[in-house]
Design a binder for this molecule. Structure first.
Ligand code: PXP
Length: 250
């Protein structure tokens, strides 16, 4: 019997849900870990994202611990069945934690204590000397490393030189401006990163409206989306909010 050939289509765009703001809600009422009433539970949030079809769960363990706490990354590590993507600044303390819990992926981000959220991309070009040892140690431990960078050729080139596995292109400027030149920068950086053999991810400020345009950026493998999904979850529930985003991504 003649078998029909199955054509390989492009791999579907994957979604990592950033659940930092589930922890923000918890910290607003229960900053102490030992309250009997503590809620919402991050592992339930992660499980609902996974059940809705997310490919992974993302959290940012910030130096100031404003939302995600050390115990959260331990519990999430134990409970997540897809993959854990740990966003982190390149500091010795946080690096030690990453090497202990061994997330599948680490995304190195810049961190500024006074910012409301991660503002600009990492200076991979200017900070190569500090980044290289951290990337090497994470690689030796079997952790894949992504660098969160602005969509600029020099940053992509630096990420490739540092042998990062992926770049996460900062979509914040486009999300705020909606301008074509910001989108063009993302498209060009994505093409350049792909040509350098880097996996192309994107994140920051992606929502249910701009996803239609964001997903047209070439070579995208993975999006990390947090605030918009968690906000929508207040009205429709987390599982539905994730499923709706996935439907728009496809
Ligand atoms: N990717 C990175 C590297 C981030 O720092 C953040 C914000 O924590 C996100 C993605 C998610 O951004 P947003 O909450 O705007 O969807």
């Amino acid at each position: 019997m003649k078998r029909s050939k199955i054509e390989d289509g492009p791999a579907p765009l994957r979604l990592g849900v950033n659940i930092d703001h589930v922890a923000t809600l918890r910290q607003a009422r229960y900053p102490e870990p030992d309250s009997p009433n503590i809620e919402p539970d991050l592992n339930i949030a992660a499980a609902l994202c996974e059940r809705a079809g997310a490919s992974g769960v993302t959290v940012h363990l910030r130096q100031d611990r404003r939302h995600i706490q050390d115990r959260d990354v331990d519990r999430l590590r134990a409970g997540i069945i897809t993959k854990l993507n740990l966003e982190m600044g390149n500091t010795p303390e946080i690096l030690q934690i990453a090497l202990r819990i061994l997330p599948e992926d680490v995304c190195l981000v810049p961190e500024n204590r006074r910012e409301v959220t991660t503002e600009g991309g990492l200076d991979a070009a200017g900070g190569a000397k500090q980044l290289q040892p951290a990337i090497r140690r994470l690689h030796s431990a079997g952790v894949r490393v992504s660098l969160f960078i602005d969509p600029l050729p020099a940053q992509v080139e630096a990420a490739a030189k540092l042998e990062a596995d992926a770049v996460e292109l900062h979509t914040g400027a486009f999300a705020n401006s909606g301008r074509k030149d910001d989108l063009d920068r993302l498209r060009q950086a994505a093409g350049f990163a792909h040509a350098q053999g880097l996996q192309v991810n994107a994140g920051h400020g992606i929502n249910y409206s701009n996803i239609a345009v964001i997903k047209t950026i070439p070579h995208l493998a993975e999006l990390n989306i947090g605030h918009s999904i968690v906000s929508r979850a207040l009205f429709v529930g987390l599982e539905t909010a994730v499923a709706e985003m996935l439907a728009l991504m496809r």
